[in-house]
Design a protein around this ligand. Structure first.
Ligand code: GLY
Length: 348
């Protein structure tokens, strides 16, 4: 089933149209502590939500767990949700992932609509049908592929998002531009990230989401070309996990550093153009700063990559690029090459 992605500046109308398409008997809104105040308060007077029931879970990725999921299922059951009920997920990727999974599994599946409120969720997590929770210390360990009925994207929610969270989502836009051949990268690398003009961003965001949609349509279950979306994420996930035990970093920052390492591997192993790598790396270094790793951390980082769930036959799996839009999936690298890539991240 193709997911409907709606870009709008008339949020109330777009949401009410999306709700009407589902003909629900009951409407539930899932929010976290933050979006329940900052976002749901702006919506609760909507006619289409007049009988909606709000379910709130604690914010942050550490709560994307079984306890929060149980709370959603329990509330749906207590409020007599049926197979015809609708869940609207209002928040960042934590809410859209967990809410999507709760909806996909409650009574074997009820409709859900994603309303992403962070740039990261608009460009990535809220689109493409990946749902799930963290489990047993591993991120997104339990989940299913299940597209929402609609994704409603309105950049008004970004007005109050802090600079770091905007940059975090922007890293996934950089990734989309690198794996696509459509010329988006040049625009992204000249965007004024100090001003973050939301109108200009909205246009770039639409293009970026379309890149992801086209890939997901071809391969919704990540058997082949959807792996293109993992570019930057093999190193990226290891940085995120490594930082988690020290000073956590936002997902998009980890991805930005991962892009630097995987562009380096793309140059030495796939002939990716050095000039394009250099411009992208300069942009990342200027905007995302440095990751505080030393060569003493290399073995731990490589060890984390060895446990990545994308690996095949216990071999660390990379998505690399021959050029913009020319993706090579299922690539490998030696430990020496990975260490060179980490040297490159540290020293450029
Ligand atoms: N976040 C990558 C994907 O949705 O496949």
């Amino acid at each position: 089933m193709k997911q409907q992605v709606v870009f709008t500046h008339q949020f109330e109308q777009s949401l009410s149209e999306a709700i009407a398409k589902c003909s629900p008997d009951k409407v539930f809104v899932l929010a976290d502590d933050n979006t329940a105040c900052a976002c749901y308060n702006r919506m609760k007077g909507f006619e289409s939500l007049k009988s909606a029931h709000l379910i709130t879970i604690p914010s942050s990725d550490s709560n994307k767990n079984l306890a929060s999921l149980t709370h959603v299922w329990t509330t749906l059951q207590a409020e007599k949700a049926s197979r015809r009920s609708l869940l609207i997920n209002l928040g960042g990727g934590m809410v859209t992932d967990l809410g999507g999974f709760a909806a996909a599994t409650f009574k074997r599946g009820i409709n859900f609509i994603n309303v992403p409120t962070t740039l990261l969720a608009m460009v990535d997590a809220g689109v493409g049908g990946k749902t799930g929770i963290n489990f047993g210390g591993l991120k997104n360990e339990i989940g299913v592929f299940c597209p929402s009925k609609s994704v409603i994207i309105d950049t008004m929610w970004l007005q109050t998002l802090d600079h770091e969270n905007l940059l975090s989502g922007y890293a996934e836009m950089l990734k989309h531009a690198l794996i696509a051949e459509n010329g988006a990268l040049a625009t992204l690398l000249t965007f004024d990230t100090d001003a973050f003009d939301l109108q200009q961003l909205a246009e770039m965001l639409k293009e970026s989401v379309e890149i992801k949609e086209k890939i997901v349509e071809q391969d919704p279950h990540e058997k082949h070309i959807r792996k293109a979306l993992n570019f930057g994420h093999t190193f990226g996930h290891s940085f995120e996990a490594w930082a988690m035990k020290r000073k956590p970093i936002l997902h998009g920052y980890a991805v930005a550093y991962g892009i630097v390492c995987e562009l380096y591997l793309s140059v030495i192993k796939q002939g990716f153009p050095t000039e394009t790598m250099r411009k992208t790396v300069n942009f990342i270094k200027a905007n995302y700063g440095e990751l505080a790793i030393s060569c003493n951390d290399y073995d731990a980082l490589i060890d984390l990559m060895k446990h990545d769930k994308k690996n095949v036959n216990n071999t660390i799996n990379f998505t690399l690029l021959q050029d913009l839009g020319k993706v090579s999936i299922n690539q490998t690298a030696t430990e020496d090459e990975m260490k060179e890539a980490l040297d490159f991240l540290r020293e450029g």
